[in-house]
Write a protein that binds this ligand. Structure first.
Ligand SMILES: [Zn+2]
Length: 83
């Protein structure tokens, strides 16, 4: 029913890639807990074991939610939906 394009155009793909790059850059600044299974940032090279500890940090979870919501808003805007 919608006249909105359903397949990604190059512009939309570029905007989506930009939104993803912004998200990844923000989370890299937030930083993870250095565990090998960290849910925020997968460490490159040396890492600790024992499980991700990020969920126990209120501030890290706030920042993760911010990045997730911001990325979701960008995707919704590209999909033509209202956030
Ligand atoms: Zn972690």
């Amino acid at each position: 029913m919608s006249s909105e394009p359903t397949t990604p155009t190059p512009d939309r793909e570029a905007l989506l890639a930009e939104a993803l790059r912004e998200r990844d850059e923000y989370l890299a600044k937030v930083g993870g807990c250095t565990d090998g299974n960290c849910i925020i940032v997968k460490p490159k090279g040396m890492h600790t074991n024992g499980g991700c500890r990020c969920a126990s940090s209120f501030v890290t979870m706030q920042r993760f939610a911010y990045a997730s919501n911001r990325f979701a808003d960008a995707v919704r805007a590209l999909a033509g939906d209202r956030p």
